[in-house]
Design a protein. Structure first.
Length: 659
């Protein structure tokens, strides 16, 4: 490695990919991250294909971004192996042009997901149609189409890679792209440990290799070394879902050379993907996720790793060392790279608490930017394509190429409050001091008023009751002025003006249970007629059109053209804007679930989903309290009656105005 390199390499690492996007292959690394560097930009992402190939695309090293489109060509594929612990990462390189010593790099890592009727696992980035999802896909009617044959998520491990615009767009602009398989997937050895030390180390090793700190080889078993002399070693990572999760984890190691990460819909703590303050989320298990993405040698040799995942994720919801090892928030103080967070506030796959706690934990010295959409688990390429490509390009140009284009001085936050209506703010969250709201009973059982005045001691009744019948939050809000045996609901007066909620709400509930275990759910609802993104629909807020647009350079077998998307909307009179869940037995600590004594009051505090919403003038804000929310959490195994002490229950909400 030399210090006078000026271009970027784009490295893309992915979990098992049977095919190659584009006409080349590049370094293979462990599954899971995207990155971009000042000499190497790495995009890592997890997707649905199982055997994902790594690749490196480079151009002629011309300076600056938005440079002329590079001529395309092929060089013989070059296999490279890196040696992270505990396995070896296979890397295949095929570039459009000979590797240049001054080429930027995008690095991407990607795993695999399935759709077998169980709750969705972290999904891949977009730029394609995912099985069962209405997302954009490469256009196959263009002169040089890329045929991206994608099998159902529960299909055998023989599916082909999905297309991305990153290589088509960034390679002609002076970047390189590297695709990598993480440990235990595709051609990499080792085992899949689902966000654990091996997975993070395997992705980190690619950055070390790009910076000359790790040894690579020209084949998986040979001894001939391969070096990355075509990169400056400045790396960035980008990816959606599991891919972006690895970017978070690698950044939290503080590895030198990683200049920026762009986590999209990413996990910041795997505990918060599978658990919610002790309650078990309906997201499956880490071991089953590992089994879906591992290669054949992993299936044969990694039973002990999957067993450790099972023992480390007990159904009790306890926080274990296994979960702590996968909590990147705890190590966020190590981050030196800039961070560009993108998340849907209605993401019901990777819950939005993941971006909220990650953002809050970033060191003050870290330069950052955030985009929040009203979509579900959707890539910005699919919900705001033109603005996204332009912003991402300028972001990479600044942090990887060192171009002073002013992107770092633009508003820090860009937020969608209504479909396709975006606002900006100099910082996020816009509210730093929460308001305290209290529930007041009324003449209607289980229905009352929410306001800022604590209930006076004379207010009767102090207690309100409901029964866990394992219904869902969506049934709880259908008749907000009527009594329900399954929930309590307290509504504010009508808003006199628009009121913004920005940040992470928190609720404290004092409750009793007639059983030895119980769940609690708290839901915030915007009551009033609204047109919203249809985030619960198949496209999670978008729909795919028949038209197409092109983003970059097409080559034979690799189209840069993608089907366009549009916003999918629906009308509602009750829109859930945040929710949170807890196991009452974890009232004192997440470390151990306590057995409840029936009739004894327990006080528990837990977070709701991080969000940014505007309650319009004339609408009401409602707090709903229930037990097992069957849409998202498992039950405690019984049907207890829950009593709530209104005198000792309070909602802390980051809200701008008053009622």
């Amino acid at each position: 490695m030399t210090s006078n390199h000026t271009d970027q390499l784009v490295m893309w690492t992915r979990h098992s990919l049977t095919g190659v996007i584009g006409t080349w292959r590049g370094p293979r690394v462990p599954r899971g991250d995207w990155g971009v560097s000042a000499g190497a930009a790495t995009f890592a992402r997890r997707g649905e294909g199982v055997n994902q190939a790594s690749r490196v695309n480079t151009t002629d090293g011309k300076p600056a971004s938005r440079r002329p489109r590079a001529k395309t060509g092929k060089v013989p594929p070059k296999a490279v192996k890196t040696v992270p612990a505990p396995g070896r990462l296979g890397v295949l390189n095929r570039s459009r042009e000979p590797l240049a010593a001054t080429t930027p790099t995008l690095h991407r890592v990607r795993p695999t997901a399935t759709n077998d009727g169980t709750p969705a696992k972290p999904r891949p980035s977009t730029g394609r149609r995912t099985s069962g999802r209405n997302q954009s896909q490469p256009d196959t009617t263009s002169p040089n189409p890329q045929v991206s044959a994608v099998a159902p998520r529960n299909a055998p491990k023989s599916r082909k890679p999905r297309a991305q615009f990153y290589d088509n767009y960034f390679v002609p602009r002076g970047y390189g792209v590297v695709l990598v398989d993480l440990s235990g997937t595709a051609r990499s050895t080792g085992c899949v440990d689902v966000g654990g030390r091996s997975e993070i180390a395997s992705a980190k090793s690619v950055i070390d290799w790009l910076n000359g700190r790790a040894t690579g080889y020209t084949s998986a078993t040979g001894s001939t070394r391969a070096t990355a002399g075509w990169t400056t070693g400045a790396v960035g990572m980008i990816g959606k879902s599991w891919d972006g999760t690895i970017a978070n984890g690698v950044a939290a190691t503080g590895v030198d050379g990683l200049k920026t990460i762009v986590p999209i819909g990413a996990i910041s703590s795997w505990y918060d993907y599978y658990r919610a303050h002790g309650a078990t989320l309906t997201a499956g298990t880490p071991s089953s996720l590992a089994a879906r993405v591992e290669n054949s040698q992993g299936a044969r040799n990694c039973a002990s790793v999957k067993s450790a995942l099972d023992s480390g994720s007990p159904p009790s919801g306890d926080m274990t060392q296994m979960w702590r090892d996968r909590d990147y928030v705890a190590s966020a103080a190590n981050i030196k790279a800039s961070v560009f967070v993108v998340h849907g506030v209605n993401d019901l796959n990777v819950k939005s608490i993941n971006f909220g706690q990650w953002w809050a934990a970033l060191p003050a010295s870290v330069e950052r930017k955030i985009w929040l959409s009203q979509t579900g688990h959707v890539d910005p390429f699919d919900f705001r394509r033109s603005a996204w490509v332009d912003t991402l390009h300028r972001w990479f140009d600044h942090y990887l190429l060192g171009i002073d284009n002013g992107v770092q001085n633009e508003p820090q936050a860009t937020v969608e409050h209504k479909p396709d209506v975006w606002t900006t703010a100099p910082s996020w969250p816009v509210v730093t001091t929460p308001k305290h709201l209290y529930a007041h009973a009324s003449a209607t059982a289980g229905v009352g008023v929410l306001n800022g005045a604590p209930p006076p001691p004379t207010e009767i009744p102090v207690w309100a009751d409901f029964t866990d019948n394992r219904s869902s939050e969506y049934s709880w809000i259908t008749n907000p002025t009527s009594t329900s045996s399954a929930r309590l609901i307290y509504s504010s007066p009508a808003m006199s003006s628009d009121n913004r909620i920005s940040g992470t709400p928190r609720v404290t509930i004092t409750a009793t249970s007639t059983s030895s275990a119980a769940r609690l759910t708290a839901v915030l609802v915007d009551l009033g007629p609204s047109t919203i993104r249809y985030y619960r629909g198949s496209g999670e807020g978008i729909t795919t059109l028949a038209t197409r647009s092109c983003w970059g350079e097409s080559t034979s077998g690799d189209s840069a053209c993608y089907l366009d998307t549009a916003t999918s909307t629906t009308s509602t009179s009750a829109n859930i804007i945040s929710r949170g869940w807890a196991d009452l037995g974890h009232y004192a600590s997440l470390d151990s679930r306590a057995t409840l004594t029936p009739g004894t009051p327990y006080r528990i505090t837990f977070n709701l989903a991080s969000t940014d919403q505007v309650i319009p003038a004339g609408h009401k804000l409602a707090l709903v309290i229930g037990s097992t929310d069957s849409a998202y959490i498992g039950s405690a195994g019984n049907y207890p009656k829950i009593g709530v002490d209104l005198m000792k229950t309070v909602l802390q909400i980051p809200m701008t105005g008053n009622f």
